[in-house]
Design a protein around this ligand. Structure first.
Ligand SMILES: O=C(O)c1ccc[n+]([C@@H]2O[C@H](COP(=O)([O-])O)[C@@H](O)[C@H]2O)c1
Ligand SMILES: Cc1cc2nc[nH]c2cc1C
Length: 337
């Protein structure tokens, strides 16, 4: 899937297919027959049925899962809104390639493959407090780059990001999409002190004022306030929907990619699970807006797909129970009276 025009993007967002009702019914019926009191595996049961619906099979699988990490640099970082300098983005991309980052260990532990996609790191986006972050062509290109990591053989796509300054973009995207004051969406990111937080709040406030009269479409919000890695996540999630590949979201920044889309069509998160709730304060608020209950609350705030990779292990447990447990009939046990 690629996005060669804004219309391509808008039609994909307007025309979201649903899960397979027959597979959902078959998986739910199987859950009801497994040797346990009805509902006792609770959300593990829901996860199995969710995967059945999107994969279109009674017994869903997780043979091939991919973590896709997108990386981008941000003009707004020059405003002192991160605890780290922008060159750390490229250095961490090199670390992902060398196998030394947290996500390398966590993807390996979860049995997921890892794809790292740096996007024009030597060309930071414009400072969105005084200009649109990207041109239309740049935004479409980032959407298509995101879509290109999704292949029909995937059983799960986990989305992650790396980009110094991108929690400022995420806060701006959420505020513009869902309303609320800048300070309700801004948090410490990589570890800002109080003075840094005030600069970050001021940057988000300036951005909201600068773009206040711009069209409120999902594309314009992404283009004006997003970053290339964030836009790529939006493209990947749309492509996954087209191919019915379930998605595991990561933290605040990965989720913020869907805020402008959800403001237009809330069904965009229907094929997504929230892997965890990050310590970044805006994340809990964002998940509430999406109506998603996170699988984990470990107070992580790393990004790079780390929370999504850990949560994939919960999915493995859910699918194993669904696939491998005996039914009451098979075990010769009478069901509930
Ligand atoms: O996933 C999260 O919720 C999360 C929370 C705080 C920071 N991060 C990561 O830290 C970077 C953004 O933080 P900052 O302070 O540079 O805006 C970016 O590379 C993210 O992957 C990620
Ligand atoms: C070291 C470092 C690693 C990261 N991984 C994702 N975001 C990050 C930000 C920093 C600063």
């Amino acid at each position: 899937m690629s996005f060669s025009s804004i219309t391509d993007f808008e039609s994909a967002l307007a025309d979201l297919s649903g899960p397979d009702p027959a597979a959902i019914a078959a998986a739910a019926a199987r859950q009801a027959q497994l040797t346990k009191p009805a509902g006792s595996l609770a959300r593990l049961e829901d996860i199995a049925v969710f995967f059945a619906g999107w994969q279109g099979r009674e017994k869903p699988r997780l043979d091939r899962g991919r973590v896709a990490i997108f990386a981008g640099n941000h003009g707004v970082a020059a405003r002192g809104v991160s605890a780290f300098p922008s060159d750390v983005t490229a250095l961490m991309v090199a670390n992902f390639a060398a196998g030394g980052a947290a996500i390398n260990a966590l993807a390996e532990a979860a049995g997921l493959e890892l794809t790292v996609v740096p996007i024009a790191l030597d060309r930071p986006t414009e400072d969105f407090t005084r200009a649109p972050a990207m041109s239309e062509a740049e935004c479409l290109e980032a959407l298509s780059i995101g879509a290109s990591v999704v292949t029909p053989d995937l059983d799960l796509l986990a989305v992650g990001e790396m980009g110094i300054g991108n929690s400022t973009a995420a806060a701006a995207l959420c505020a513009r999409s869902f309303g609320g004051r800048a300070r309700t969406w801004v948090g410490p990111g990589t570890g800002l002190d109080m003075a840094g937080m005030e600069r970050k709040i001021a940057a988000v406030e300036s951005a909201l004022a600068f773009h206040a009269n711009a069209p409120s479409s999902a594309f314009e919000t992404l283009r004006r306030l997003g970053g290339r890695e964030i836009v790529a996540i939006a493209g990947a999630v749309l492509a996954a929907r087209r191919l019915r590949v379930p998605v595991m979201l990561d933290g605040f920044i990965s989720g913020s990619a869907l805020a402008p889309l959800a403001a237009v069509n809330p069904a965009i998160t229907d094929h997504c699970l929230a892997g965890h709730c990050s310590a970044e304060p805006g994340h809990a608020r964002l998940l509430e807006r999406f109506g998603l209950e996170p699988l984990l609350r470990l107070e992580m705030r790393l990004g790079e797909g780390s929370g999504a990779a850990v949560a994939a292990q919960i999915v493995r447990s859910a699918l194993a129970a669904h696939d491998l447990m005996a039914t009451f009939a098979e075990a010769g046990i009478a069901g509930a009276a």
